[in-house]
Design a binder for this molecule. Sequence first.
Ligand SMILES: [Mg+2]
Ligand SMILES: [Zn+2]
Length: 185
Amino acid sequence: MPALSTALFLDRDGVVNTCPGDGYVLRPADFHFTDGLFDLMRWAAHMGWKRILVTNQQGVAKGLMSLADLDAIHHTMQAALRQHAAPFDAIYACTHLAGSCSCRKPSPEMIEIACRDHSINPSSSTLIGDADRDIEMARNALVGTSIRITNSRPDTSSPTLRTPSLPIALSWLQSRHSPIPPTSR
Ligand SMILES: [Mg+2]
Ligand SMILES: [Zn+2]
């Protein structure tokens, strides 16, 4: 059996792209990368970590956008990441209404499926999110490290680290994980 991989699980809105407030990102033009995201993705790729997006997008079930609209946003996002940093290895989106499925965060399901699909060890992995449900999802999926990007939302979660920004999160991760020596790759 091949060795299990480590992953960086990222929430989307408020982590990968700036938070759209109470609404939704409905088209690529409304999607704006956060400061520090490209550096974080490059570093995760350099570390050999899988990069996995886990996002709730119930705007689809609400009829505010179609699955094709969501795919277009993610296609544009991946193209920019390929050009400037490193793309996601996989994208998992719950597009269902709250209470109508088993995959919506804080359910661990999207992470559990990602771990099966990509042979990931959750306990060596890290999740970054900006809402209680992200941190609860990480805990429910037995993800070893969780980082909460702080904002004006209620925060009753118990992340490993709270930080206002991705650059600080990256410095903290770098201090805890040394790069893989070239000889052991
Ligand atoms: Mg979010
Ligand atoms: Zn769902």
